[in-house]
Design a protein around this ligand. Sequence first.
Ligand code: SAH
Ligand code: SF4
Ligand code: F3S
Length: 457
Amino acid sequence: MSAGKKRVFIKTYGCQMNVYDSGRMTDALAPSGYVPVADAESADLILLNTCHIREKAAEKVYSELGRLRALKEAGAAEGREVLVGVAGCVAQAEGEEIARRSKVVDLVVGPQSYQRLPEMIARAGKGRAVIGTDFATADKFAALAKPSAPPREARYAAFLTVQEGCDKFCTFCVVPYTRGAEVSRAAPAILDEARRLASEGVREVTLLGQNVNAWTGEGPGGRPWGLGHLLHALAGIPGIDRLRYTTSHPRDMDDALIAAHRDLDALMPYLHLPVQSGSDRILAAMNRRHTRADYLRLVERIRAARPDIAFSGDFITGFPGESDADFADTLAIVEEVGYASSFTFKYSPRPGTPAAAMDQVAEEVKSERLQRLQAAIERHQRAFNAARVGTVAEVLFERRGRHPGQIAGRAPWLQPVQVQGDESLIGSIARVTISRLDANSLHGELAGRDLPVEMIA
Ligand code: SAH
Ligand code: SF4
Ligand code: F3S
């Protein structure tokens, strides 16, 4: 390591937006001489990029800070200063309290203040924690340094944040408080970043936003654009062959976006469309502002546009007031939609959210429902994956496989796929005949070039 270089280690929790932000923090720190390292032990600056979504996620921060105290003391014994910072959604929500409770923390920085990191770090380490948790009005992305080349693990499939924040205020959720109001990045900046990713060999771009389909912008001549228009423009960039977006809210799926699923081959036939509950009563109490029937109609319209599309969802069990009948409605919607995969969570009361003050469901009821829901979802997931066996799927190969001689990538529906194949195929998209599946992955053989990709209805 050359003189003047300092080492930064960032540990990332939570959603993909945090993964993206960690990359941008690394970029923002580069001009101050920080190089990223993969272990906390050798770092001069340790940043925890935290998640506040559920109690367990937030608790991890405090236990991790306990561990970092030892590292900091070991560094001090060698005469080396180790700075510790808390970033992300816990920083935004509980920044002041963390600084008070933990002597280890030198800085606290919320998600809207990362452009201030270099200046904050210059002031840190002088006893009192430096705190930056304002919601900056300026576009954080414009103020942050331009992203560098994607990290090695994201050579061919990269994230690109296009929207941040949330105005929906679901009664269970902290995101509107930790990330602030809905803000969209301007289309030219997004297209520039995508072009740069493509020039670095990226083939697949996943657009990120807490409410990604609430994205709004302007096209050429100041025409109003929604996410559907943006996807059209991105699909026109040479080298970008696959597009995804997450997470979308059912209320923001407009006609142009649904049409994009019909018109754009690059838009992968997989959509994460959280519903949270199948009960109208609970949906209303959650302030989701759509009914079960609205959601099912939407799924039907998207399927009509793109018949091979697969859905994934988010579900919460044991939301306050959830009865057996409400939960039965959730199980029923799982059967009706037939999700290809899903994320399931036990309701976790979050400080300051309206649902935390409602009548709570007993912990064992939440757990028992979670298990039943997971069993139903796993059954559908297995059935979906089993139905791929014997068909041909296009796979973007991203890395070496589990065993020598194997390469691995992802199918259009996000499952990992392993095949015997030459490493020279990494970075390209090839047809694979799916031959079998194990727990989470599909296995297959490279198919001849002339084989048509089967449409899966
Ligand atoms: N913006 C996205 C998701 C944000 S958080 C959306 O609206 O769908 C990701 C998921 O975490 C949510 O979809 C929800 O299922 C879950 N979640 C959020 N708050 C929660 C809480 N208090 N308890 C349990 N799960 C929660
Ligand atoms: Fe949270 Fe609801 Fe906003 Fe999603 S839409 S981030 S669940 S408040
Ligand atoms: Fe967690 Fe914040 Fe993402 S609370 S889920 S890291 S937006």
